[in-house]
Every structure is written in structure tokens, then in C-alpha cells.
Write a protein that binds this ligand. Structure first.
Ligand code: SF4
Length: 366
């Protein structure tokens, strides 16, 4: 019977049918469904659209901290006491220099992230300048921007300036949203995604799991992103940062459960770029590489403020499992340049934070 279930998951997903609720619940919670055949079924869908390719993203924390919002999971929120390095918007030269470095390290997408509630016109004007510079130097490469709420007009301006994707995560379901943020609503977030879509931008929007949500909330987000036709879906695993409102104890993630979540997102969003995003090292531990069977994308060199695995270790993991990266640069050549070092991403149960040198590598230390 289970063999029929796995076959049906693949068939329905590839034929564009939306899984019913019973199947979604089973994927997340029926432990009689073994993880390897489930991963294999998700891999068949992933392989249809992306083959053996992994898309590498590198984040540029282009402005850090002092955000007036109170997203409980975020170290940049006004409500957080996390000991992060705060700074205003980086210069055009700094952002351009970090774009060059990101693409040289094998990234297919350079993601510029700005703290704050919304994109003001002056920020959009700066972004338009930087986007034009990056696009003229790297016409074939993707750029993604995360800059809070964006109006219809702002989205059109960014599209015209060359932006490929706008990131704005749903983070959790509408029902659970008040538990993770009180300064804006789920509807606010949805409106920005709709503005991006109507401007012709690709949408990057995902979830953070481990914030006390129920299985129904996870299914709800995966379905909502399907209805939005999100092209890129980061599945983040709550990174426990000391000082944030959300405490690590609220995360009940196991490697098995995370892999089931990634499979669910793949079956419901078969052709989307699904990213095993923040927290993969911390929560998946020895099962990290298995995430590449449902997911086809990941971050290199850590997350916004939290450290991640070294580039060499991540690239080696991709290569060891027989995957390639989407880049004109050969994976072997990238690995030759980078010694394989041990990396630490946590101190016990807490995430280690990045230093200023890691956050602003283009700035020369005095
Ligand atoms: S709006 Fe963005 S930067 Fe501000 S607290 Fe929320 S997630 Fe953090």
C-alpha cells in the first residue's frame, strides 16, 4: 500500500494535481512512512525540473539592525537584545564588490537584504543605481532583494531597474502570524508578494519552521505559495539567537521531520526552487546532505547574522553526493581554492553570530 502512496505522490505532483489534506498530513506525521522512499519520491520530482543541479545563493546583509518591527525570530528587531553588529546601508561600492565576490564563489543568485519595515523611495533610488551596476557587469546572473514592504509602484521601479526576484517571506500561516509578530500582519506580507507578481518580478517567499506552529500551519504555507506560484521557496529552520523573543525551546525540529517538510514543499510546489535555508547545519546535523534530494538550492557562507558551514564544507557536500552547482565555474576549481576547515556554527544550543569582518568583507580593517 505504501508503495502505491509514494507512486501517487510523484504522479500527482508531476501532473500538477494538488495533494489532498490527508496525504499532506501523512507525509508530516505518519512515521510508518519511511524517510528514504519518501525522499526518493520527492527526488524524482526535483530531478524532473532541476536534474542534479544545486543553486547556490549568497546573502549580503546590506543594512543591519535597528528595525522598528518586532518579528520574534529576528535579531534585527527592536524587540531583540541579540548582540549583533549594527550598521546603516552599505555604500554602492561595497554592495557591488560583494556581488563580484559572491558570483566568483559560485553563487547563481546574489541576495541583498535590508532591515526595516518598508522600502522608502530613497532606498529604492539607491537600489536602482546598484542594480543597474550589477546587471551591467553580470547580465546573466540573478539578483534578489529583500527590503520589507514594497508598493505596486516600488515593485515596478525595481523590475525596470533589472531586479529578478523580490524576497518577502510569509514565514508562517495566517492563523499563526499573530504569535510571531505584532507590528504587521500576514495580509501586509501577502500584499507585497502580490505587488511583486503584478510587476512581473519573480517571487522568493518561504517559511521559518520551529516557531511553535502546527502541522496545519506548515501545510497552509506550502499551499499558499503554490497558489502564488512562488518561483523560489526558502524553508528556514529557526536559528536560536540569544536575545531574540522566540526562545530555542520553542523549536521541536528533528532531522526526520525537517526532511518530511522539505518533501511536502516539493510535492506541492514541484517546479519551484526549494531552498534548504537558514539553520540547516544546526538542525539537520549528520542528515544535512539528504536535504538535497527534495531541495535544489541552499545558502553559502551563512545567513544574515548567524554563521553557517564554511564554503568548502558546503561545496564538498554537494560534490560528494554527486550534485553539481549552477555556475560557469567548475566545482573542482572552487574547491581547489578553499581549504577544508572545521567550522563551528553553534555554541551549545545557541547560534554563533557573525563578526563585522564576515558581515562587511569589502571594508578594509583599519
Ligand atoms: S521586518 Fe525584517 S528586519 Fe525587521 S524585524 Fe521583521 S524580519 Fe527583522
Amino acid at each position: 500500500m505504501d508503495r502505491f502512496f509514494y507512486t501517487e505522490l510523484v504522479r500527482q505532483s508531476l501532473e500538477g494535481q494538488e495533494l489532498d489534506n490527508a496525504a499532506c498530513v501523512r507525509i508530516l506525521s505518519d512515521t510508518s512512512l519511511e524517510i528514504l522512499p519518501l525522499l526518493d519520491a520527492a527526488y524524482q520530482v526535483r530531478k524532473t525540473y532541476f536534474g542534479q543541479e544545486v543553486r547556490v545563493h549568497i546573502l549580503n546583509n546590506a543594512q543591519n539592525g535597528s528595525c522598528p518591527e518586532d518579528c520574534h525570530y529576528c535579531a534585527q528587531a527592536k524587540s531583540s537584545k541579540a548582540d549583533i553588529e549594527e550598521y546603516g546601508m552599505k555604500s554602492d561600492e561595497e554592495m557591488l564588490s560583494e556581488a563580484r565576490t559572491a558570483y566568483a564563489k559560485g553563487a547563481s543568485c546574489y541576495c541583498m537584504v535590508f532591515a526595516g519595515r518598508q522600502a522608502s523611495q530613497s532606498r529604492i533610488d539607491r537600489l536602482k543605481r546598484v542594480l543597474a551596476q550589477i546587471k551591467s557587469e553580470f547580465p546573466g546572473k540573478e539578483i534578489c532583494v529583500s527590503t520589507g514592504f514594497v508598493s505596486n509602484d516600488g515593485a515596478v521601479q525595481l523590475k525596470q531597474a533589472g531586479l529578478d526576484r523580490l524576497n518577502h517571506n510569509l514565514n508562517t500561516s495566517e492563523a499563526h502570524y499573530p504569535q510571531i509578530c505584532t507590528t504587521h500582519t500576514y495580509a501586509d506580507r501577502l500584499n507585497t508578494l502580490l505587488a511583486a507578481k503584478s510587476a512581473g518580478l519573480k517571487v522568493c517567499s518561504g517559511m521559518i519552521v520551529g516557531m511553535g506552529e502546527e502541522h496545519t500551519d506548515i501545510i497552509d504555507v506550502a499551499r499558499r505559495l503554490r497558489s502564488l506560484k512562488a518561483e523560489s521557496i526558502p524553508v528556514n529552520l529557526l536559528v536560536p539567537i540569544e536575545g531574540n523573543l522566540l526562545s530555542p525551546s520553542e523549536s521541536n525540529l528533528s532531522p526526520d521531520f525537517i526532511l518530511r517538510i522539505l518533501c511536502l514543499f516539493r510535492f506541492l510546489n514541484p517546479s519551484a526552487e526549494i531552498r534548504v535555508a537558514a539553520g540547516r547545519e544546526l538542525h539537520l546535523r549528520s542528515m544535512e546532505v539528504m536535504a538535497l534530494y527534495p531541495a535544489n538550492s541552499l545558502f553559502l557562507q551563512g545567513y544574515l547574522n548567524a554563521k553557517g558551514a564554511t564554503n568548502a564544507r558546503t561545496l564538498r557536500m554537494i560534490q560528494d553526493a554527486g550534485f553539481s552547482i549552477k555556475s560557469e565555474i567548475d566545482l573542482d576549481d572552487l574547491l581547489k581554492e578553499q581549504p577544508l576547515q572545521e567550522d563551528a556554527v553553534t555554541d551549545g544550543s545557541k547560534a554563533l553570530l557573525k563578526s563585522l569582518k564576515e558581515l562587511r568583507p569589502a571594508i578594509k580593517s583599519s
